[in-house]
Design a protein around this ligand. Sequence first.
Ligand SMILES: *[C@@H]1O[C@H](CO)[C@@H](O)[C@H](O)[C@H]1NC(C)=O
Ligand SMILES: *[C@@H]1O[C@H](CO)[C@@H](O)[C@H](O)[C@H]1NC(C)=O
Ligand SMILES: *[C@@H]1O[C@H](CO)[C@@H](O)[C@H](O)[C@H]1NC(C)=O
Ligand SMILES: *[C@@H]1O[C@H](CO)[C@@H](O)[C@H](O)[C@H]1NC(C)=O
Length: 524
Amino acid sequence: MQLCWLLLAVAALLMPITSNAFNILFMGPFPAPSHWMWLEHFLRELLQRGHHVTAVTNHRAKYQHENLTEIIIDPPFDIPYYFPKENIFKMRFASDFQNLQMWWHVGLLTTEHALNDPKVKSLIASKNLDFDLMVMEQFFHESFLMFAHKFKCPIATLGTMGYADNMDHTMGLLTPWAVIPHLLLSHTDQMSFTQRAYNTYLSLYDAVMRRWYYMPKMQEMAERHFSGLIEGPLPHVRQLEKNISLMLINSHRSLDVPRPSMPGLINVGGIHIKTPKPLPQDLQNYLDNSTHGVVYFSLGSYMKSIDMPKEKINLILSAFSQLKQDVLWKFENSSVGHLPPNVKIQSWLPQNDILAHPNVKVFITHGGIFGTQEGIHWGVPMLSIPLYGDQHRNTIKSVRAGYARTLNFGTMSSEDLVQNIKLLISDPSYKQKALDASRKFRDNPLHPLDEATFWMEYIARHKGAPHLKSYGAYMPLYQYLLLDVFGCALLVVILAFWLPLKVLRLLGRLLQRKGAEVSRKKRQ
Ligand SMILES: *[C@@H]1O[C@H](CO)[C@@H](O)[C@H](O)[C@H]1NC(C)=O
Ligand SMILES: *[C@@H]1O[C@H](CO)[C@@H](O)[C@H](O)[C@H]1NC(C)=O
Ligand SMILES: *[C@@H]1O[C@H](CO)[C@@H](O)[C@H](O)[C@H]1NC(C)=O
Ligand SMILES: *[C@@H]1O[C@H](CO)[C@@H](O)[C@H](O)[C@H]1NC(C)=O
């Protein structure tokens, strides 16, 4: 096993020299900035290895590269118009079913928006383009798989949120619901009867609704945008899904439950975390000089602190003023009002580099998956205040693992904040658990980004590498579950026992009748 990894590492190092450059189509139609920030790490790495990349995205790159062609979706999808931010701050915990429906809804809206962009339309109609590989975010944009059919190229997908059952299915595995909680659930693999029942219900609901409600809509959309523009009949997106060669998934063995896998499913959790860059001098001084350490507070890239209700901002400031620690707050403009002397705000902060500083005592986060992974990587205890989506799930997992505490944004008070921050600093078990999680999270045979890139190039080199998935992907369910075999066996058993029994009974009856006849004759 170790030798195998060593070879992989050596191969990955040699690759830029020995492999030729590929033409890669990179699809990031989902508009949320945090998703693109994650995807961009893959994109930049592919460019650095000399490949040519055509990227469909909502976000223009902050750098120039001669081998990058950008197709910017313009105007970008207006997320706050469809999902007003005020509502998110007021939102209570949505049910898992509502969350699922929300993802489908968001997926359908953003995919339609992206496909309607004139530049994307001309990509659909293009005649002379050629790609060796399509890389795409796997986040409710299945219509986009039609591009891989158009360009006749293999597909690698990037699973931002972690594993979903449908990823197993397209690789030829049936997810064992007894030990694998649904994507939206935070259970462990030791579920009680009720948890297993609920997990089965939710997973079944997901599978059925996806198959009969969501995917037909994706198909209809794909047909509306692609028909007439590609030669030959259009395949079903469900077929194309089975054609996905490789899935790189934001999951890590130290954080998620163990699950059965296929060679084409690769965990790449942590790809976005790199060796820290030097901090700007003022921040470096601030962190170095802080006597009691620094509390770092950020709600991530989408939800901005300026959008918070005024009374929450005041409540938070009042809490911070009671701390002896210094506070570094990602706050987007100067409208915050009077700041206590120990609070410093800045509209943008290099989160990864800050968390890497040993003087950071607590990370106050919204529990987004990327930030949570950064907190874990650098071993910083977290105060998680989840708002929507997968943030509740991530938070519950962090709290259970013992390196985080949580608060409800809607009901928290100044005292709650102060108390929780103080506890996270004064009780050494939080730091210990955080360091322990950090050691496990960083203990990888190879940086996850190098591993991810190796596999993407592998798929391009081997024209799809169909040997990475099981034939189970193409089998009807009754065959996969061996219902035909068991049915046949049952038939044999029935025939073996029931038939002789029946024959014996018939014989018995015949003999009886014979006997009766004989005795009648005797009496006569
Ligand atoms: C761009 O691609 C060309 C041809 O494949 C390659 O020679 C060149 O080094 C690439 N440029 C960069 C900056 O990687
Ligand atoms: C499936 O992928 C292969 C390349 O990996 C491609 O040649 C083939 O056309 C694809 N199938 C469909 C239906 O697009
Ligand atoms: C902080 O420390 C640096 C050296 O690390 C020093 O140059 C600077 O003056 C200090 N600033 C304050 C405000 O104490
Ligand atoms: C700060 O942001 C708020 C909300 O977006 C805005 O109303 C206000 O004008 C901004 N203030 C400054 C000084 O930019």
